[in-house]
Design a protein. Structure first.
Length: 259
């Protein structure tokens, strides 16, 4: 029989620890799902310790390439990708009780209430067997960030910011061709305003905390990924999983870590 137990990692932040401890106390499934190994009788004698998940927030304006780079990160490092936008669009597709409201907000480029988005993310975290997550397109506002901390009781280990000029983002979104209701110039203009007003303070917050990695998001998908690679390679837990260019190092011209 398999049982999920783990030990506290020295790399986890204090509030990630509080997530683990909280779940250990409450017996919630989220805390159970972060590592697995076979339990033996000696381990049964000592109380199980919980390991916090490794959380990456992926930020950037609309069309900056967040989703595209997430796919590459997943391929190379095996994190679980949770796109907040996809979770919201799934609510629309499934016609849930919030579906119609979410549709209207997305159509207008507005931000869905934090409680709704965080609960969707929480459900995914709790039902996952993974211990490392890419949360793409969230938090969009300071209120989102605070709600995540309050409900999930965790902090991100890494925050990626794909920094892209507005004209480039507009071109990419108008050519995205995925049938999205918000991929039009009217909504895009609103989204850019909201990004500058509400998401930039979140980016600044993580910069001040020393967790932000700013990546120049102009160039080919592969070129940009070359600047993402060394960020994950610098964390012990991803060294085993790297498949591409293991010798790459952070380029100061294209990747700026505020830490
Ligand atoms: N580096 C790039 N250069 C050109 N087009 C790109 C690049 N990265 C992504 N794209 C394209 O731009 C569009 C938006 O990318 P996406 O990953 O959906 O961005 P986001 O999730 O930030 O909105 C997609 O059609 C994608 O294929
Ligand atoms: O945490 C989130 C993520 C997305 N959205 C809504 O979903 C839309 C699309 O988000 P997504 O991340 O899919 O867009 P992208 O930046 O990838 O174009 C946003 O404009 C918002 O209306 C939201 O309200 N909260
Ligand atoms: Mg996206």
């Amino acid at each position: 029989m398999w049982r999920r137990v783990a030990s506290l990692s020295p790399m986890i932040s204090s509030s990630s620890r509080s997530l683990a401890l909280n779940q250990a106390a409450s017996g919630l499934k989220l805390g159970e799902s972060f590592a697995t190994h076979m339990i033996n009788p000696e381990e049964r004698a000592s109380p199980p310790k919980e390991k916090a998940p490794f959380i990456t927030f992926v930020l950037g304006g609309p069309g900056s390439g967040k989703g595209t780079q997430c796919e590459k990160i997943v391929e190379t490092f095996g994190l679980q990708h949770l796109s907040a936008g996809d979770l919201l669009r799934r609510e629309i597709a499934m016609n849930t009780k919030n579906g119609a409201t979410i549709l209207n907000l997305i159509k207008d480029g507005k931000i869905v209430p934090s409680e709704v988005t965080v609960k969707l993310i929480q459900k995914e975290l709790e039902s996952s067997d993974s211990s490392k997550f890419l949360i793409d397109g969230f938090p969009r506002t300071e209120e989102n960030r605070v709600a995540f901390e309050r409900i999930i009781r965790a902090d991100p280990d890494v925050v990626l910011f794909f920094d892209c000029p507005e004209e480039e983002m507009v071109t990419r979104v108008l050519n995205r061709n995925q049938g999205r209701i918000d991929d039009n110039i009217t909504t895009m203009k609103k989204r850019l305003k909201i990004f500058n007003a509400l998401n930039r303070p979140v980016i600044d917050y993580y910069k001040n905390k020393g967790k932000l990695y700013t990546i120049n998001a102009v160039g080919t998908v592969d070129d940009i990924f070359q600047h993402v690679l060394p960020i994950f390679n610098s964390f012990e837990q991803f060294k085993e999983s790297r498949h591409v260019n293991p010798k790459s190092t952070i380029s100061s011209s294209l990747v700026e870590s505020s830490s």
